[in-house]
Design a protein around this ligand. Structure first.
Ligand SMILES: C[S@@+](CC[C@H](N)C(=O)[O-])C[C@H]1O[C@@H](n2cnc3c(N)ncnc32)[C@H](O)[C@@H]1O
Length: 266
């Protein structure tokens, strides 16, 4: 039985029993040498858990297997890649039942290779002509699903995950609003706010890290947004009496996080 399955199964056990997060289970275990591979296996297995649980329930032979988490990890490899590494009893049982196990649709695999790009409508209202397969998102205006690689570098298209587009979309400040982005660098959400406000009003964009604030300035300049004022400083130490903030109506706050909730961006 492949070592990577064993290590991934142990991590999943820890996570399901709420003993530790995915990252802690992987990064604090010195026995796991190839941490990125184990992280990918664990994330994919958890993402496919509904399909896997259906198989565990429906295929009788699986009920007799005691190492359930190991079975889940190996089943995940089979349904996503159509193969299983190593040997062993669990592999034999899976292969014995292979007619009953669907390999995930090719369409789903294509879906996973999509990337989201947001069109900078402050620079152009027209989607650039490219040869990639492009599909507009059903919720977020000006967000597109695109199959990479982009055929040419396009400065009007910004790579931005769909989940990270929701905060500005939901906050939706009207034109001419006075806003604060409390944790702004590198500026994906700040520039999204600027687009929603159609480059009107003002966004006070804070970042306490000087290097990241510089990166934010570059993003804002390239984006050609003129309604963003970058403030290099700690938002929590900002002066609430400052006259600039008197008429603020909207605040977006996206503080640093551990990233432990990100399962391959699902
Ligand atoms: C998750 S990132 C923000 C990503 C950004 N919203 C975007 O969409 O591109 C968090 C940022 O918040 C900054 N930050 C954390 N605490 C802060 C504070 N108290 N005041 C200002 N910036 C802060 C960090 O330096 C970091 O650049």
């Amino acid at each position: 039985m492949a070592l990577q399955y064993k290590q991934a199964a142990k991590v999943i056990d820890n996570v399901l029993k709420k003993k530790a997060s995915i990252k802690t289970s992987i990064y604090q275990n010195n026995e796991i040498k190839n941490k990125k591979i184990i992280l990918a296996i664990v994330s994919k297995t958890l993402a496919n858990m509904n399909t896997i649980e259906d198989l565990l329930r429906d295929i009788k032979d699986f009920r007799t297997i005691k190492q359930k988490t190991m079975l889940m990890v190996m089943l995940n490899d089979y349904i996503t890649n159509g193969k299983i590494s190593g040997g062993g009893a669990i592999k034999s049982v899976i292969l014995k039942n292979k007619e009953k196990i669907p390999i995930l649709e090719k369409k789903q695999k294509e879906e996973e290779t999509f990337k989201y790009y947001r069109l900078n409508t402050l620079r152009t209202k027209v989607f650039p002509s490219i040869s990639n397969k492009v599909e507009p998102d059903e919720f977020i205006p000006n967000l597109y699903k695109l199959t990479p690689p982009l055929s040419l570098p396009i400065d009007t298209l910004l790579s931005q995950d769909k989940p990270s587009c929701f905060p500005a979309f939901i906050l939706k400040p009207p034109e001419n609003s006075i806003c604060i982005d409390a944790c702004a660098a590198p500026g994906n959400k700040t520039t999204h706010l600027a687009t929603i406000m159609n480059n009107t009003g003002i966004i006070y964009a804070f970042d306490k890290d000087s290097k990241r604030a510089e990166l934010l300035r570059t993003t804002v300049k390239n984006y050609q947004a003129t309604n963003i004022e970058v403030i290099c400083g700690d938002f929590l130490q900002s002066d609430i009496e400052d006259i600039r903030f008197e008429n603020v109506t909207h605040i977006l706050c996206d503080p640093s996080c551990s990233g432990s909730g990100i399962l391959e961006r699902h």
